[in-house]
Ligand binder design. Structure first.
Ligand code: SAM
Ligand code: DTB
Ligand code: SF4
Length: 327
């Protein structure tokens, strides 16, 4: 029995913004201790879930997300790639499975998928799912019919991030609204898909924006099953390149608050790990992060080497769920 195990953790969807602000204002040690208590009550603190990510359609996205190397509006030198064939995706999924992965996430640089894309993607999902892997997709905005089509093909999770507060969102993206994002999240839920939804830190937002993002996530009618917390990966050519770096301890704080607000969710330490020290990543795990992306590449940018991650997990006594390295 882990020490400090509280008897019962209540899942709440009625958090107030003041309560979220009060968590951010706690002394660091108190906040991390609180997060660790919640974490231990709901999860094995020494297990981290790992997912494999593949960009199935790269670049030339019509949206103007100021952080994103895949927007057609910014010259980032990225080579665009059409939607991959189902065979290529299946090959990659088989390799991921052979390496021990249990969840396969397919990402596409779309505002929303077109009808002919949907047919191909549904076929991919069906085949990856038939390998016995959990499937996740991130394709932009979806209609109810598209969400249902993906669900029928066997999709388990849909990733669609709110990224930041509704106020700050307008400074980062002008081609869609926060409400569009909320609508897709609701559509995805209504189709019976599990939700993966989080944000990006380090875009020049204030602590209030981070608090509002987490408040919005934690007051959805159901908490997202996965909450990716990305640190901005600064890419040359994007408007956010050169943004002031976030205090690493503030990143940890945000992870801890996410853990406390959404006790049962997988909080994923997502983009930005390549720039983080191993000590910082360890602090994030201590604060309640229990999922990562595993593999040398995210969608278009780098991620730590698999060997490096294995060594880090070994040093921390962490068991990886879903990458076949240990346990
Ligand atoms: N186009 C779809 C969409 O926007 O929902 C799916 C792909 S999009 C690349 C998925 C997520 O990647 C974004 O919501 C954002 O949170 C994250 N992302 C993109 N560029 C990033 C960057 N430079 N640093 C950190 N996260 C990033
Ligand atoms: C998420 O929250 N982070 C992942 C995944 N969902 C799709 C994507 C990170 C992308 C980082 C920039 C890139 O590699 O292009
Ligand atoms: Fe397109 Fe998604 Fe990148 Fe925005 S984050 S530019 S929607 S790929």
């Amino acid at each position: 029995m882990p020490p400090h195990k509280p008897t019962e953790i209540q899942i709440r969807n009625d958090w107030t913004l003041d309560e979220v602000g009060a968590l951010f204002a706690l002394p660091f040690a108190d906040l991390v201790f609180h997060a660790q208590q919640v974490h231990r009550a709901c999860h094995d603190p020494n297990r981290v879930q790992v997912s494999t990510l593949l960009s199935i359609k790269t670049g030339a996205c019509p949206e103007d997300c100021a952080y994103c190397p895949q927007s057609v509006r910014y010259d980032t030198g990225l080579e665009r790639e059409e939607l991959m064939s189902a065979e290529t995706v299946l090959e990659r999924a088989r390799a991921a499975k052979a390496a021990g992965a249990t969840r396969f996430c397919m990402g596409a640089a779309y505002r929303s998928p077109k009808k002919r894309d949907m047919e191909k993607i549904s076929a991919m999902v069906r085949e990856v799912s038939a390998l016995g892997m959990e499937t996740c997709a991130t394709l932009g905005m979806l209609t109810a019919e598209q969400a249902q089509e993906l669900k029928d093909a066997g999709l388990d999770f849909y990733n669609h991030n709110l990224d930041t507060s509704s106020e700050f969102y307008e400074k980062i993206i002008t081609t869609r609204t926060y409400q569009d994002r909320l609508d897709t999240l609701q559509t995805v839920r209504a189709a019976g898909l599990k939700v993966c939804c989080g944000g990006i830190l380090g875009m020049g937002e204030g602590q209030i924006d981070r608090a509002k993002l987490l408040h919005t996530l934690a007051t959805l009618s159901e908490h997202p099953e996965s909450v990716p917390i990305n640190q901005l990966v600064q890419v040359e050519g994007t408007p956010l390149n050169g943004s002031e770096k976030l205090d690493p301890l503030e990143f940890v704080r945000t992870v801890a608050v996410a853990r406390i607000l959404m006790p049962k969710s997988h909080v994923r330490l997502s983009a930005g790990r390549e720039e983080m020290s191993e000590e910082l990543q360890a602090l994030c795990f201590l604060a309640g992060a229990n999922s990562i992306f595993y593999g040398e590449k995210l969608l278009t940018t780098g991620n730590p080497d698999v060997e490096e991650d294995r060594r880090l997990f070994e040093r921390l006594g962490i068991q990886a769920e879903g990458c076949g390295t240990q346990g």
